[in-house]
Ligand binder design. Structure first.
Ligand SMILES: [Zn+2]
Length: 106
């Protein structure tokens, strides 16, 4: 899904929860592009979808995900889509190709 589609989905989930106050923490995992570009597009779309969020603080986080090296099979964690193996420097097998999001209201 595009950042815009994910933002629309999140906006619907927030509206369904009946919460429009407070802070929203969004966890983004996966993705093959630049994280800054994704965050900017996502935030723009989210605020366009839910203008009431303007006052709330939206925090976008990129937790590390488990990766498996395609060269030596080493398991390691990284939040970067273009991570390299700390053991041998090879690239890992693709993780999630598309961004997936989770969120919490706090
Ligand atoms: Zn390796």
């Amino acid at each position: 899904m595009t950042p815009e589609e994910l933002a629309r989905e999140l906006a619907r989930a927030i509206a369904d929860s009946g919460t429009s106050e407070g802070r929203i923490r969004v966890f983004v995992r996966g993705g093959t592009g630049d994280r800054g570009d994704f965050d900017a597009a996502f935030l723009d779309a989210l605020l366009a979808e839910m203008p009431s969020l303007q006052g709330a603080r939206v925090e976008i986080l990129h937790p590390a995900v488990l990766r498996v090296c395609s060269g030596c099979g080493h398991f390691f964690e990284s939040a970067e889509h273009d991570a390299t193996c700390p053991e041998c420097g090879e690239t890992p097998f693709p993780a999630w190709l598309e961004e997936r999001i989770a969120y919490e209201l706090c």
